[in-house]
Design a binder for this molecule. Structure first.
Ligand code: SF4
Length: 359
C-alpha cells in the first residue's frame, strides 16, 4: 500500500469511533481523550460504574438504598444510572430518592421540583426532609442572622445529619451520594491544605460511616464531572443546574479551579490525586477522634454535643458564631469533653459544603 493511500485510510478511520470503529464520534472522552460515539460513551460510562460497584462490593441483594437527590446533575445521573444498572444486572435493590430542603428560596424550592419530576420519571419513591422541620430554621433564616460567612458550615453540618435521619426514616441499609472524582480530588487537596489528617485518611474511601448509623457509598468515585455533564446532556436528563444563591465558598472554589487547570494539562491528574489520597499513611501518633453519641440528640459525635446541636444552640441563643471554628476550648468549649481533639472534628468536608456542588 502506498504511503498516501495509507494516510487517507488512516484519516478515514480516525473519523470513526475509536471503540466500535463503526459510528461517527460525537465527543472526546474527557477521561481518556478518546474520540467516541454516543452509544459507546453510554456503554463505557455505565460499565465503569458497574465495575466500581461490583469490585467494591457496594451493595448486597435485597438492600434498601437511598439516593441523596438534590435535583442537580450528579444525583440525577446517579438515580438514572443506578436504576438502569439495578434492572440490567439484577442487583436486587430497593431504591429511594431522599432530598433535603434547606429552605433556600429561589434555589432549593426550584431544584426540588426537578426531584419530584425525577420521582415520576424513574419510578422511585421520594422522601423530603426540611431543615425547618428538623431544626426550626431555614437557611434563609440562618443567612439573615449570620450573613454569607460560614453559612455553608451550618448547611453542611445540618445536611449530613438530615440525610442520616431521612435514611433512618426510610429504613434503608445504605445511602449513596453523587460525589464524583473531581469532588474527591478536591477534598483530598483541601484536607492537605488544612492539615486535616483525620479526614484525609478517609475522604477517599468509597464507603464511609460503616461504624455509624448508615453507611454511605460513592459509586461515582472514579467518574469525571465532565462525563457526568455529557451523559446528562446526551441522555436529555431532567436536572437543575443553577448554583446556590448562598454559595460563597471561595477557598473550595480555588481548589476546584486548580484541579480543573491540572485536568486540562493532564486528564489523569484527577485520578492521580485520588490515588495519592488513598496511599497516604497516617502516622500512628496522629490522634483520631473517638466516636460516641451526642448527649443532647443521640446522634453520632466525637464530642459531648454533636456539631449540629452546638450550631443550633448558638442560633437559638442568638450567638451563631458560638459553634464556628475549632472544637477545642474557645467559645464552644463548654460543650466539649475534656479530652483534646484534633481541629478536624469541627469541620465536615465529607458533607460536601457544596458551593456549586451537588450533595
Ligand atoms: Fe448550603 Fe451548598 Fe448553598 Fe452552602 S452552597 S448554603 S452548603 S446549599
Amino acid at each position: 500500500m502506498e504511503a498516501s493511500e495509507a494516510k487517507i485510510k488512516k484519516q478515514g478511520a480516525s473519523r470513526l469511533c475509536c471503540l466500535c470503529n463503526q459510528r461517527r464520534p460525537v465527543l472526546k472522552r474527557p477521561k481518556t481523550l478518546q474520540q467516541i460515539c454516543k452509544e459507546c460513551f453510554y456503554e463505557v460510562f455505565e460499565e465503569e460504574i458497574h465495575q466500581v460497584i461490583v469490585k467494591n462490593g457496594l451493595f448486597k441483594s435485597g438492600e434498601r438504598v437511598a439516593i441523596g437527590a438534590s435535583g442537580g446533575k450528579d444525583s440525577t445521573v446517579l438515580a438514572y444510572v443506578l436504576s438502569e444498572l439495578n434492572r440490567r444486572h439484577s442487583y436486587g435493590l430497593d431504591l429511594f430518592l431522599l432530598s433535603i430542603d434547606e429552605g433556600i428560596t429561589g434555589y432549593r424550592d426550584d431544584s426540588l421540583e426537578t426531584v419530584k419530576r425525577n420521582e415520576l420519571q424513574y419510578g422511585l419513591p421520594l422522601q423530603i426532609l426540611s431543615y425547618k422541620d428538623l431544626y426550626g430554621w431555614t437557611m434563609d433564616d440562618i443567612v439573615k442572622m449570620i450573613g454569607l460567612k460560614n453559612n455553608c458550615t451550618f448547611c453542611g453540618v445540618f445536611r449530613r445529619q438530615a440525610l442520616d435521619r431521612g435514611a433512618a426514616l426510610l429504613k434503608v441499609d445504605k445511602l449513596v451520594t453523587g460525589h464524583n472524582a473531581d469532588d474527591i480530588a478536591e477534598t483530598v487537596l483541601l484536607n492537605i491544605l488544612r492539615g486535616d489528617i483525620a479526614r484525609l485518611s478517609r475522604c477517599t474511601s468509597i464507603t464511609t460511616g460503616e461504624d455509624g448509623p448508615i453507611p454511605r457509598c460513592k459509586p461515582f468515585k472514579y467518574t469525571y464531572e465532565k462525563e457526568i455533564v455529557m451523559y446528562a446532556y446526551f441522555k436529555k436528563l431532567d436536572y437543575f443546574s443553577t448554583e446556590c444563591i448562598y454559595s460563597p465558598n471561595a477557598y473550595r472554589g480555588f481548589a476546584r479551579e486548580f484541579i480543573k487547570d491540572l485536568e486540562r494539562l493532564r486528564p489523569r491528574a484527577i485520578l492521580d490525586i485520588i490515588k495519592s489520597g488513598e496511599d497516604f499513611r497516617i502516622a500512628t501518633t496522629t490522634k483520631m477522634p473517638e466516636q460516641g453519641t451526642c448527649e443532647r440528640c443521640g446522634y453520632i459525635s466525637s464530642q459531648k454535643w454533636c456539631k449540629a446541636c452546638v450550631l443550633l444552640d448558638g442560633l437559638n441563643r442568638g450567638l451563631p458564631k458560638m459553634g464556628i471554628g475549632r472544637a477545642r476550648g474557645g467559645v464552644n468549649g463548654d460543650h466539649q469533653k475534656e479530652t483534646k481533639k484534633p481541629a478536624s472534628a469541627a469541620r465536615s468536608l465529607e458533607s460536601k459544603q457544596c458551593g456549586s456542588l451537588d450533595f
